[in-house]
Design a protein around this ligand. Structure first.
Ligand SMILES: Nc1ncnc2c1ncn2[C@@H]1O[C@H](COP(=O)(O)OP(=O)(O)OP(=O)(O)O)[C@@H](O)[C@H]1O
Length: 533
């Protein structure tokens, strides 16, 4: 029987979509205004696209909503409540801000098990969500070997763990192949049909056009449009172009209905009546049509005009993007996208989440890549992306110190994991992914004084664990300590069991050697996960 959990209790009913509300949200990073007076409402039961060009402020706005960045002013709420005050955040909001922030040495199932356990969610849900996103067959494979599209799916699985009524997804179609994009569209629409609130960011209208019911468009940190897709273009900008073999009959039908038109060589251009109306009128008069088309600006064109400030829409209070937009974008191009001014604010916000969800967090935003040989006492650290991950101190040190993933090689010899999954044999993390990781770390540790940033924006000089620990820090430490202790106990039990079996007269030339640390660590977590079932 499944254990009673918060999640199980909440699943007796359908997940409840919540209204997301942004009210005059402003966020400044030093001299850069990332978000400026942003007010918008996102309704449940529909997919809302959050659109804007690179550097427009989408991620910052989403991070404010999720309590990962503190707004300079204004509020962002989920069902009227700030994220930090949600009673069951994992069961209320599922979010994916970056798909590549999973620890490459852990299996997909392991990741989810740890989060599930931390959020009080039954282990069976892990299989469910992996199935939902089409990753059942890859459950036992390490994330380091996943394609970008598979990581997107895993991110979505993580977001769905708590069966939340709200999904917040940052560019979920990135890296998906055409079939994956089609699947994602259908999946998001299904989630909205179930009554959930689905907010999806993208920098291209064409990418979300077929999925979304409503749009928020942001540019230079300001809202430049909110409304339905159909509201993007004023109906008066459209014309219906129609023609018939019997043009005289068509003009006389239009005349007698009082519909005005222009007669062109290519047909008739009708304004103020859409193609359906003109078609109906012609059908009513028994006139066969040879063409019926809507002509007007393409949605993409309108979108580009909105974000460039050439078009101003009333839904945004008539505001055009701020002049600082190009400056902000230029700054973004010069500066690696690292947590800067808010490194510590964001750390504590993320740890607060960890505290409430008992979820661990990865820090990549340290001043320098730590020496792998030096003992690291911090049990948790904070990802520059804000995406929560689990990592031990040793892993953090090794992960940050080099592009190679130590755990991967140790586990390469394993042919499955202790979950009972019969996934593909585990292979080393490929070089390309390793170099991605190194480059992320390099970005996160960039403290170049010549980078054009104010001194206050550079990362702190001291290692993370030298900061005085807050109560949240201590609770997160305790969580990790308990997690590691359990894992170690399981490992010892397994070691004792295997000693017993080798004592039965079997030859054993490696009996005194401990298993490779990384391998045993990973097995522990697998085993740990198995116990949750
Ligand atoms: N931690 C930070 N420190 C300094 N500047 C930041 C920080 N985070 C974001 N910015 C800046 O704020 C602006 C908005 O960035 P944001 O990441 O929110 O945009 P975006 O719309 O999500 O862009 P993209 O589509 O490229 O991800 C950019 O100019 C960016 O450089």
């Amino acid at each position: 029987m499944k254990r009673g959990t918060v999640h199980d209790n909440e699943r007796f009913g359908m997940p409840e979509g919540q209204v997301l509300e942004f009210s005059e949200v402003t966020k400044r990073f030093g001299g850069i205004t990332a978000v400026s007076g942003f007010s918008a409402r996102v309704e449940p039961g529909q997919v809302t696209g959050f659109l804007g060009p690179n550097g427009a402020g989408k991620t910052t706005t989403l991070r404010i909503l999720l309590g990962l960045v503190r707004a300079t002013s204004g509020t962002a709420t989920v069902g009227g409540v700030a994220y930090a005050k949600l009673a069951n955040p994992l069961q209320t909001v599922g979010a994916v801000l970056e798909a590549s922030s999973f620890h490459p040495g852990r299996t997909a199932a392991n990741h989810l098990r740890v989060y599930a356990r931390a959020g009080g969610i039954g282990g069976a849900r892990v299989d469910e969500v992996l199935g939902q996103v089409g990753l059942s067959d890859a459950a036992g494979r390490k994330v380091g070997g996943f394609s970008l599209g598979m990581r997107q799916r895993l991110g979505l699985a993580y977001a769905l763990l708590g069966d939340p009524g709200v999904l917040v997804l940052d560019e979920p179609s990135n890296g998906l192949d055409p079939e994956g994009i089609k699947w994602m569209r259908g999946f998001l629409r299904q989630l909205a049909r179930e009554g959930r609130t689905v907010l999806v960011s993208s920098h291209m209208l064409t990418e979300v056009q077929q999925t979304v019911d409503a749009l928020l468009v942001i540019s230079g940190g300001r809202l430049v449009f909110q409304g339905g897709l159909e509201d993007l273009v004023d109906p008066s900008e459209y014309a219906t172009v129609v023609d018939a073999p019997d043009r005289a009959a068509l003009t006389s039908a239009l005349d007698s209905s009082g519909v005005s038109y222009e007669l062109l060589r290519s047909g008739l251009t009708v304004r103020g009546t859409d193609p359906a109306g003109v078609g109906q009128l012609a059908a009513g008069a028994g006139i066969a049509l040879s063409s019926l088309q809507r002509k007007g600006p393409a949605l993409e064109e309108v979108f580009l005009e909105l974000v460039s400030g050439q078009r101003v829409h009333a839904s945004a209070g008539g505001t055009a993007p701020v002049d600082s937009a190009p400056e902000a974008v230029a700054a973004a191009a010069v500066v690696a996208p690292v947590l800067i001014e808010d490194a510590r604010d964001e750390a504590s916000a993320a740890v607060n989440i960890a505290e409430r969800e008992s979820v661990a967090v990865v820090e990549t935003a340290t001043e320098e890549a730590p020496d792998a040989s030096a003992p690291t006492t911090a049990g948790f650290v904070v990802a520059s992306t804000g995406v929560i991950d689990i990592i031990t101190p040793e892993e953090a040190a090794a992960y940050a110190a080099s592009g190679s993933e130590p755990e991967a090689e140790a586990e390469a010899e394993a042919t499955g994991d202790a979950d009972g999954y019969e996934g593909e044999p585990v292979g080393p993390i490929d070089d390309e992914l390793d170099s991605d990781i190194s480059s992320d770390i390099a970005k996160a540790t960039d403290s170049d004084p010549d980078d054009g940033l104010d001194g206050e924006q550079n990362l702190p000089e001291r290692p993370f664990d030298e900061y005085p620990k807050t109560e949240s820090d201590l609770q997160a430490d305790a969580f990790f300590a308990a997690f590691d202790a359990e894992a170690q106990a399981a490992e010892e039990a397994r070691a004792a069991e295997s000693e017993d079996s080798t004592e039965d007269g079997e030859e054993s030339d490696g009996g005194d050697d401990p298993p490779p640390a990384e391998q045993s660590g990973a097995e522990n977590h697998d085993h740990e996960g198995g116990e949750l079932r």
